[in-house]
Ligand binder design. Structure first.
Ligand SMILES: [Zn+2]
Length: 97
């Protein structure tokens, strides 16, 4: 049985608050940016198609993001509970890096 390696954690990462998160592990981190909704510094990730099994409501167009659709998730560093799931196109329209 392979043991889990004890990698050192980056200092600004990991808040135990997020342990109940339903964000899939296999997101693609795009970087840190300002969440257009909360204006908080946030982790921005892409969820590949087939990696989510829930529907989400996009904060930009208020339409549903279908299950397993590729989309963007924005997680404010200070308030991970305020994470939002965006359509790719909506996020690209609203987000100004
Ligand atoms: Zn949208």
């Amino acid at each position: 049985m392979p043991r889990r390696k004890n990698k050192p954690l980056k200092s600004n990462k990991v808040r135990s608050k997020t342990s109940g998160s339903n964000i899939p592990n296999n997101t693609i981190t795009l970087g840190v940016g300002t969440d257009p909704v909360t204006n908080l510094e946030s982790q921005i990730s892409k969820i590949p198609a087939g990696r989510s099994n829930k529907e989400y409501q996009c904060p930009y167009c208020n339409q549903i993001i279908p299950k397993s659709a590729s989309h963007i998730v924005v997680v404010p560093n200070e308030m991970p509970d305020l994470r939002r799931h965006w359509h790719l196109a909506c996020f690209n329209r609203e987000y100004k890096p």
